[in-house]
Design a protein around this ligand. Sequence first.
Ligand code: ARG
Length: 575
Amino acid sequence: MTDPQIVLTERVQQALADAFGSEYADADPLIRPSQFADFQANVAMSLAKRLRRAPREVAEALKTELSDFPGTVEVSGPGFLNITLNDSWIAAEASRMLKDARLGVTTVTPAQTVVIDYSAPNAAKEMHVGHLRTTIVGDSLARLHEHLGNKVIRQNHLGDWGTPFGMLIEHLLDIGEEAAVAQLEAGQGTEYYQAARAKFDGDESFKLRSRVRVTTLQSGDPETMRLWHVFMDATVRYFNKVYTMLGVTLTDADIAGESMYNPMLEKTCDDLETAGVAVLSEGALCVFPPGFTGSDDKPLPLIVRKSDGGYGYASTDMAAIRYRVHDLKADRMLYVVGADQALHFRMVFAAAKLAEWLPDSVSAEHVQIGMMLGKDGRRFKTRSGESVKLTDLLDEAVERASALLEDRGYDETTRAEIAQAVGMGAVKYADLSVSHDSEYVFDFDRMLAFTGNTAPYLQYAQARIRSIFRKGEVDPVAAIGSIEIGHEAERELALQLLGFGAVVEQTTLLSEPHRLANYVYATATAFTTFFENCPVLKEGVDPETRASRLALCALTLRVLETGLDLLGVPVPERM
Ligand code: ARG
């Protein structure tokens, strides 16, 4: 681990133990970036009381212990320790990182089994922008965990079951399989749903047929099941179109929709009831996890079986959590789902605890996804008020990217090559660069800008580094000379690069891709400053400096590429 902040934390902890006793070895030294040095440690102030000494005195004692530290340590103000690393240390660590295929990212031992529930659109309704965000954030988390060596089990909890399927299947019979399949594959699930709904509301005989169909579906009648498959397969083909456009790693093998849990629901409810965890209330089987009350102060129920005997969203999630812990052997479960479902998940987790289906050794976490807003600050919709069709939105992103590239003077061949990556990268990065639980405004102009914290800026930054190697006719992989620090901008860039491993680990631990996004952006910015100040290929640059700078370029390129890849943002070779 080369991250300076972590190295410093360990060194200052050692100094604390040496100066004041081993009971201080685990104290947080409070290392923070500093305006006056590389870092400052604020621990002298926080520990002074406990040590019954003046903070400055504590700081002086630590400074003495740190006399062999590869840098300078100064006491300032009320007791800050200002710490500046030696250039030679930074250079040596950066040179070491260059030879490390994992760029300072350690693998988790022992590996964890991480179940990630994400995307999960509903059949027969258009996959909407909200699902876009859960898909993109979830996919990045899956990539991150895999990179750390964890075993990732993706679970696409499709909404593929329920009473609406009665009318959806009857509508399919009315319009014919072929026409239905064509419509669903084209992503017109919403129109399909609305047509079925209109008949259901206006046509008594259709309504009756639909109700009967729900029963035959639930009883597993083979012909009805076949029709359900026809419907679902066409719908999934559309979802897959969206995943392919986005470059999302979900496949059919990851589908674990609501219907998958049907055979488990009865036992799920019986077991909850037998254990006394669920009780009958007004005919419905409910769990009342402690601590949940409604506005009237009455205990809030999690309904696992409705009074008509039917099962719903909560029943499925109770079966799913048991399956994931017991069968999939999850150590960690992430539910990447809209923030508006926070209460549902808190109750499901609490109910699973009550049932002893969720041991303390397994963590269940709702990664809350904030709402996507339009430029008017309201929920994102088209002007006519309908929700936006996803493939249209993604097509528009690529068209706009292409227009933007044309404005910037790219020829047609290049545009055709990279517009896809720029458009999809922009949409994805916009989702990833803000914290996942904040609402955010979907704005093409902002996400497609070439300046600022955007995908095009970052894609351009990495492509520019590649062009340095093309011009210099050097292989970036072979550029593994050693890194020397001669200029302030080299120092800043190297220090920034050393933080990669720690950021990847933190991002994964906290399920917050925006941390990695911000790091990648800061790295690109540090590179820009370096490149403006430190010529690499220019004549007159001596061979050693040139080799060192090429090595810095190579390391930056690998960090940017790996970082963007972990976010799922595509990187065009040239730009
Ligand atoms: N289909 C749901 C929706 O669109 C999301 C499902 C999330 N996963 C779960 N296990 N409940 O809101």
